[in-house]
Design a protein around this ligand. Structure first.
Ligand code: GUN
Length: 295
């Protein structure tokens, strides 16, 4: 079994990005600037957003964290997005999801200027991704592709089973794994809450990508020998023995599934750090595209 070490690979990517930023500075160019908007006080979301901002500092990017109260109206958030769209100093920005109930998420995502949409959630960018056009690929799926590529995991002609059809992970992942090229050329099955006989489907999978948010969902009996397992789950489970009072648990029963797997991501230290690294990569791309447009 080979561990797909997202912590290490994400460090490699951050070092590569840092080297690019050093070059930009030496050439007297503006460094990339990422802004992140968070609405409300959800602990997990705040932690993720702070990690994104911290990662910016680590690679030499500028960053701005915009914190808005949980009572923020849709109009107020749309006004903030307009400001960020029009602020020439900001190269890319994200609106952390989920948003409070009073706000229509689709309306918000559609308000983001596609050229600054480093999450790749705007329909224009999502459509381009589905059509194999050059665009921002959502950070988590992009991170999974990068891990598969850097470990040279064979995906062509393989049966990839994606568990969960979220707009952020499952749906884009199902599209990307079926695209032409590497990683891709997979035969993809997208499973969800209405899927019947899921164990039968996972048992036939060469590659399983699970993004459910149900701790220890994928058991050893559900997979075949030499399966490749990508665990996108990051659920906080109460644990009094830890300092924080919780631990992060994936969708996979790692202890038992890892005995059968050829490659597997750990949680934590697998997909999570890759998501942040690829958000930085998209921000670098946004900066580069803006520079080319203005030159
Ligand atoms: N919430 C969970 N994952 C993500 C992500 O990748 N981007 C944003 N904006 N919100 C999220």
């Amino acid at each position: 079994m080979i561990l797909l070490d997202g912590k290490k690979v994400s460090e490699d990517i951050k070092n590569e990005i840092t080297a690019e930023v050093v070059k930009m500075k030496a050439n007297g160019e503006k460094v990339p600037h990422l802004a992140a908007v968070i609405v409300g006080n959800d602990g997990a979301s705040l932690t993720y957003v702070r990690s994104k901002v911290k990662a910016c500092e680590r690679v030499g990017f500028e960053s701005t964290l915009v914190k808005m109260p949980s009572t923020t109206s849709e109009t107020e958030l749309l006004k903030k997005i307009k400001e960020l769209n029009e602020n020439d100093d900001i190269d890319g920005f994200i609106v952390q999801l989920p948003l409070p109930k009073q706000i229509d998420t689709q309306k918000v995502l559609m308000a983001v200027d596609p050229s600054k949409d480093v999450d790749g959630f705007h329909p224009e960018n999502f459509g381009k991704m589905a059509l194999d056009m050059s665009t921002f690929i959502p950070a988590t799926p992009f991170g999974i592709l990068e891990l598969l590529e850097r470990y040279n995991v064979d995906t062509a002609g393989k049966h990839t089973v994606v568990i969960g059809r979220s707009h952020i992970v499952g749906r884009p992942m199902s599209i990307l794994m079926g695209r032409k090229g590497f990683p891709g050329n997979s035969t993809v099955t997208l499973t969800h809450s209405h899927t019947k006989n899921i164990n039968q489907i996972t048992s036939q999978a060469d590659i399983i990508i699970t993004a459910l948010g149900v701790p220890n969902y994928l058991k050893a009996e559900m997979v075949k020998d030499d399966v490749v397992v990508i665990d996108v789950g990051i659920t906080r489970v109460a644990d009094e023995t830890t300092e924080k009072g919780y631990r992060i648990t994936g969708d996979v029963d790692f202890e038992n599934v890892s005995k059968k797997a050829s490659y597997i991501t750990p949680v934590p230290g697998g997909v999570g750090p890759m998501t942040i690294a690829m958000l930085l990569k998209n921000t670098l791309l946004a900066r580069e595209q803006k520079r080319m447009k203005n030159s």
